[in-house]
Design a protein around this ligand. Structure first.
Ligand code: IPM
Ligand code: MN
Length: 359
């Protein structure tokens, strides 16, 4: 029996609801394949601030370091968003966790699902067949530079990148491109930013080691336009922290819903798997949150454990839910299913290859 311990950081808003469904699916995988997954629930985000005054308690970090993988829901609360003077914020917990675990590469796949094409506001013939993989740098850049206020009342956020920070994620992106369509696009702002010029320099140095990969360079403003104009041109997109944050949200419009996009964060210590969406507090407790992004994050977690067949089965089950319109209201406004029903349908398919009907 394969034994794995998974730290669960359900977090805030819809986080706990979507995590519950992903855990259901992982348990179904465990049952079917005879793996023993155990789940260690810990607090992070606004819920942790409520409980202990800090967004990433020491205990949570320790549990993450000890675990084989981390499954996260979402963090954030409007209480803090609307208070620019707040000293303690839920996001600090996530940022500190990423940094403490050395999770420098955030991998975000974006696919245009055939059955959901009509849900995208973009023209179907433009997005059909789009399939790209973001490599977003996650522990450097403007997110982690010195920040503060000056005596004159102005504010600053510094952006710094070292060669090492760039090359380690660039190698991962190149390796991934070798196993895909052999194209890597570096997105930067090298016409203005010195850090971007360093990204180009380092990527150009590394490129010869991957002769089968074609490298393209795109300024971020142009990339934002190209993404919705002609998304099929992209295979692997490599970019720095903030550009990756912005562009991956934009790219979700291609998939039809932000609620479909998973991510994996890998690096030095325990890898973390989370949907790219936020805590969507307006939807909390209503059963309308789409659990698929978190369930697909769980599939990436399985792949990380080298459980390829298991990961494939989860993806097949998700595809089955899409094909049968077992979907939450943002993708099925006429006959919507609840978060719980979508999760159960997918877990049932994983267990026995067939889905239950509506209760
Ligand atoms: C994301 C989120 C986070 C980020 C926030 C919550 C700090 O938007 O994972 O994309 O900006 O990295
Ligand atoms: Mn984001």
């Amino acid at each position: 029996v394969l034994k794995k311990q998974i730290a669960v950081l359900a977090g805030d808003g819809i986080g706990p609801e979507v995590c519950r469904e992903a855990i259901k699916v992982l348990e179904a995988i465990g049952e079917r394949f005879g793996h023993a997954f155990t789940f260690n629930h810990q607090l992070m985000g606004a819920c942790a601030i409520e409980a202990s005054g800090t967004p990433l308690p020491e205990h949570t970090l320790e549990a993450c370091l000890e675990a084989d993988a981390i499954l996260m829901g979402a963090i954030g609360d409007p209480k803090y968003d609307n208070d620019p003077t707040a000293k303690v914020r839920p996001e600090q917990g996530l940022l500190r966790l990423r940094k403490s675990l050395g999770l420098f590469a955030n991998i975000r796949p974006v696919t245009a699902y055939q059955v959901l094409l009509q849900h995208s506001p973009l023209k179907n013939d433009r997005i059909e067949g789009a399939d790209m993989l973001f490599f977003r740098e996650l522990t450097g850049g403007i997110y982690f530079g010195e920040k503060g206020r000056n005596a004159d009342g102005s504010a600053y956020d510094h952006c710094t990148y070292s060669r090492e920070e760039i090359s380690r994620i660039a190698h991962l992106a190149f390796q991934s491109a070798e196993g895909r369509r052999h194209k890597l696009t570096l997105v930067d702002k090298a016409n203005v930013l010195e850090t971007s010029r360093l990204w180009r320099e380092v990527v150009k140095e590394i490129a010869p080691a991957y002769p089968s990969v074609v490298v393209e360079y795109l300024f971020v403003d142009n990339a934002a336009m190209q993404l919705i104009l002609n998304p099929r041109q992209f295979d692997v997109i490599l970019t720095e922290n903030m550009f990756g944050d912005i562009l991956s949200d934009e790219a979700s419009v291609i998939a039809g819903s932000l609620g479909l996009l998973p991510s994996a964060s890998v690096g030095v210590h325990t890898a973390l798997f989370e949907p790219i969406h936020g805590s969507y507090p307006q939807a909390a407790g209503k059963g309308i949150a789409n659990p698929i992004a978190t369930i697909l994050s769980a599939a990436m977690l399985l792949e990380h454990f080298a459980l390829k067949q298991e990961a494939e089965l989860v993806r097949e089950a998700v595809q089955h839910a899409l094909d049968n319109k077992i979907l939450t209201p943002e993708l099925n406004s006429k006959a919507p299913y609840t978060t719980e029903q979508v999760g159960s349908f997918i877990a049932c398919y994983v267990k026995e290859g067939a889905g239950p009907g509506r209760d």
